[in-house]
Write a protein that binds this ligand. Structure first.
Ligand SMILES: Cc1cc2nc3c(=O)[nH]c(=O)nc-3n(C[C@H](O)[C@H](O)[C@H](O)COP(=O)(O)OP(=O)(O)OC[C@H]3O[C@@H](n4cnc5c(N)ncnc54)[C@H](O)[C@@H]3O)c2cc1C
Length: 336
């Protein structure tokens, strides 16, 4: 097939690499090569990324910047210390560039349906993340606005490991993710749009040199509410169809999983749709849980099943999430 992959974020760069094994593929990225930015806090599980990338002949270990021991969760009156099981930060920017090296990647090209759909492609992959530039707009689409700073600390960072501070009603959280050589990402995402306030307060209390500032919303709408996944010769992957784990805002692994499902099911887009809905069905349940919390309608007794499902799903996948999952921690965070 002749395929265009639009958007060379994590899903698109993986697909350009993977699909080029068997197809004629062009990748289009609107950011110019020399200013390409992999917007994200770069946190993931080394076990899962190692598994996903090894069939491509890529060793994930070379990209690791910080190997976490603990995630400190600041609940105000209490600080949880969650032992980690492979949660790391990694050089996502370099990984995405390496995935497209030697492939037909065109940077600095903002693709539009007019320009691409008439270009003789059999399939156009919408990997444009929160833009969803090629698929119909959704009637109900929820986003968490985010701000993130890359900060250089001298002489030392505010803390030596992962730190998060959830907001009331679980409407979002503030994070500090350590990078290499005393650098770190300070960010915040908040449904109620107080993210700037929280991040700036953290920076005032822990001053450092701000190297970069990025603002971008995360799609919070789960795949079940992001249909259609395909229309005509366009098919969506990754965040364009909602593959973000709702309670964490974590999208790297789910977007790669989604991209791999497309590789396995091509050219059968109906099977792709069914597999995506099945694989990410729990995202809808967790989305409901977070939404109930945000709307202040969560009742620990009436909604205990949602809490249990979330716990069981994460507990069975500790290495995939890169952390020890304890019912008590989850309960305390949700109860806030
Ligand atoms: C501040 C922040 C922090 C995050 N931190 C984490 C984290 O630590 N861990 C984690 O797992 N997830 C994190 N996420 C979520 C994660 O980054 C995304 O869910 C994931 O990157 C989605 O991958 P994607 O390839 O679908 O989309 P993206 O990575 O968003 O890639 C989409 C690409 O498409 C390009 N594009 C858009 N429109 C066009 C067009 N018309 N033509 C050409 N190119 C186009 C964009 O420039 C972009 O490069 C974070 C998100 C944000 C906003």
């Amino acid at each position: 097939m002749k395929i265009a992959v639009v958007g060379l974020g994590v899903a698109g760069s993986y697909l350009l690499n993977r699909l080029s094994e068997q197809h004629e593929v062009d990748g289009y990225e609107r950011q110019p090569f020399d200013r390409f930015n992999a917007v994200c806090a770069w946190g993931t599980s080394r076990h899962e990324l190692g598994k996903i990338l090894s069939p491509l002949g890529i060793s994930f270990e070379q990209y690791i910047l910080h190997d976490g021991k603990y995630m400190r969760v600041d609940l105000g009156e209490e600080m949880l210390e969650i032992p980690l099981k492979g949660l790391v930060t990694f050089d996502k920017h370099q990984l995405e560039l390496d995935l497209v090296k030697g492939q037909r990647a065109h940077f600095g090209v903002k693709a539009t349906p007019d320009s691409i759909l008439n270009d003789g492609y059999d399939l156009v992959v919408d990997a444009t993340g929160n833009h969803r530039a090629f698929l119909p707009k959704l009637s109900q689409d929820f986003f968490i606005p985010c701000i993130e700073y890359k900060v250089r600390y001298n002489p030392s960072p505010p803390t030596d490991d992962f730190y998060i501070k959830p907001f009331r009603h679980d409407s979002g959280y503030l994070w500090y993710f350590p990078l290499e050589k005393g650098n770190g990402y300070v960010g915040a995402g908040d449904f109620f749009r107080k993210h700037l306030e929280f991040a700036d307060e953290y920076n005032r209390n822990h001053p450092g040199e701000i190297i970069k500032k990025i603002g971008r919303p995360i799609r919070f709408t789960p795949p079940r509410l992001c249909e259609p996944f395909y229309q005509g010769k366009v098919v969506g992957v990754g965040e364009s169809i909602g593959t973000i784990f709702p309670i964490l805002g974590e999208g790297i692994i789910p977007s790669l999983e989604c991209a791999e499902i497309l590789c396995e099911t091509l050219p059968d887009l109906q099977e792709y749709r069914d597999r995506v809905l099945d694989h990410f069905s729990i995202f809808y349940e967790i989305y409901r849980l977070v939404k109930l919390k945000i709307e202040n309608r969560f009742n620990p007794i009436r909604h205990a099943n949602l809490l249990m499902k979330t716990y069981r799903y994460m507990k069975a996948r500790e290495e995939r999430f890169g952390m020890t999952i304890r019912a008590n921690d989850l309960y305390k965070i949700i109860r806030m």
